[in-house]
Design a protein around this ligand. Structure first.
Ligand code: URA
Ligand code: CA
Length: 435
């Protein structure tokens, strides 16, 4: 087998055999296929895409490129939940304790922030003492003991994706359906859960902006999961504006607490989190129907059992559980600025990507892997799409530690908002669920 022949075959739109795919992926990981050949292959995939069987084989070859986690030491049906990446998207911190409180063991490996999107591992580290760097033994032990643990994703998981993602980033091949699907699903399959709930974002702040493209991505990922022997479901959820009102690490933790405490009874973040948790409870076998699962989840929310589980999680991983009741114990930014509207009317749009990027500029995310992030900074939205606003009324509050950055971000955040005279037509929050 020769690498140029494999590239040529894909370039001409033919279907690669499982052997050819395995050859290419395994040799790339070993450094025997250079980046320039892989770049050509990725661009061929970008234009020619892959057949379903080919994509499944590609995903499995990636899954098999490194360590695979064996969760069989944990009792019960393990359900993983994954978001394709959003802004103000704190659903894990809400649905994980809720699903756990309903009897589903949650053994969650989670990532750090990527570009303008946040990561659960970083958010949890804003809780004083909380550690996400656990040994696998400690992780398993904790899930068996209290039903939940969240640890940083192992560095050895799917090395093929680490190399490919970095290459895609610099060869304009990130936004390819087969390449995203294989990247996400190879990691989910290697992480070892029995069932997978996917939250596929569409809209301004998502990788796949259009609803149709995101729907196709969701369908294909569900097929890959099911073919690989894991019960898989997917939600399509809107990233037309940030999901929650709090963006930035500690701020997102605070918003999750508010929802678990029942202080926030409405809002998109709560809605999506409840739906995702219900699906986890259904796939985890703790309910016979979606309706029954939803009832259980709302019960755990109203009774405070979800909040108790969050406290247990924090305590078990070395964090100070008093932060749940007293958020003043969490890191706080020194400076607060309010940004007001220049016009009266209705909020037409809030660019999730622009809000995410502004939060990144404030210091809440990384532009390089080595960057240290400022856990205390971020943005609080005071107005959402559809809200009426008067000239001079606050749109957002910015929290930061550097006056120069704060001033710059004040301008940037205004550009994220579009105000118009007519009430906008709202796009649905969860247009589709694939079960
Ligand atoms: N998330 C991933 O893990 N991979 C992608 O390609 C896109 C989003
Ligand atoms: Ca159970």
């Amino acid at each position: 087998m020769l690498t140029p022949d494999i590239i040529k075959k894909k370039r001409d739109g033919q279907v690669l055999s499982p052997e050819e795919i395995k050859f290419l992926v395994s040799r790339y990981v070993k450094g025997e296929v250079p980046d320039y050949q892989m770049s050509a292959f990725l661009m061929a995939v970008y234009f020619r895409e892959m057949s379903e069987t080919e994509l499944l084989n590609f995903t499995l070859a990636m899954r098999d490129s490194g360590e695979k986690i064996d969760l069989s030491g944990i009792r019960g049906v393990k359900v993983d939940k994954h978001s394709t990446g959003g802004v103000g998207d704190t659903t894990t911190l809400i649905c994980a304790p809720l699903a756990s409180a309903c009897g589903v063991p949650v053994a969650k490996m989670t990532g750090r922030g990527l570009g303008h999107t946040g990561g659960t591992a970083d958010k949890l580290e804003s809780i004083p003492g909380f550690s996400v760097e656990l040994s696998k033994e400690a992780f398993f032990f904790q899930v068996n003991k209290i039903g939940i643990s969240i640890m940083a994703q192992s560095q050895e998981l799917v090395p093929a994706d680490k190399k490919l993602y970095a290459l895609r980033d610099v060869t304009a091949t990130i936004d390819s359906l087969p390449l995203i699907a294989s990247s996400v699903m190879s990691k989910k399959l290697a992480a070892g859960a029995d069932a997978i709930v996917l939250d596929v974002k569409f809209g301004d702040g998502a990788f796949m902006k259009g609803l149709d493209a995101a729907g196709k991505l969701a369908e294909i990922m569900v097929k890959i999961g099911n073919h690989a022997g894991k019960r898989t479901a997917a939600f399509l959820t809107s990233m037309e504006q940030p999901l929650g009102n709090y963006i930035g690490n500690v701020l997102e933790v605070i918003e999750a607490f508010k929802i678990l405490k029942g202080e926030e009874k409405k809002g998109d973040l709560r809605k999506v989190s409840v739906q995702l948790a219900s699906c986890m409870v259904l796939l985890g076998g703790e309910a016979a129907s979606f309706g029954e699962a939803e009832k259980k989840v709302l019960g755990a929310l109203d009774s405070g059992k979800g909040l108790d589980k969050m406290e247990e999680l924090i305590k078990a991983q070395g964090g100070d559980p008093r932060v749940v009741e007293d958020t003043a114990l969490l890191p706080t930014a020194a400076l607060i600025q309010t940004v007001c509207s220049d016009a009266s009317g209705y909020v037409q749009a809030i660019s999730a990507e622009a809000v995410g990027r502004t939060s990144l500029l404030l210091g809440a995310g990384r532009t390089k892997k080595e960057d240290k992030i400022d856990l205390s900074v971020g943005i609080i939205l005071k107005k959402r799409v559809g809200d009426q606003v008067e000239k001079g009324e606050p749109l957002v509050e910015i929290r930061g530690n550097d006056p120069l950055k704060l001033n710059f971000c004040q301008k940037k955040i205004k550009e994220a908002y579009r105000i118009g005279t007519e009430p906008p037509v709202l796009s649905p929050l969860i247009p589709r669920i694939i079960l």
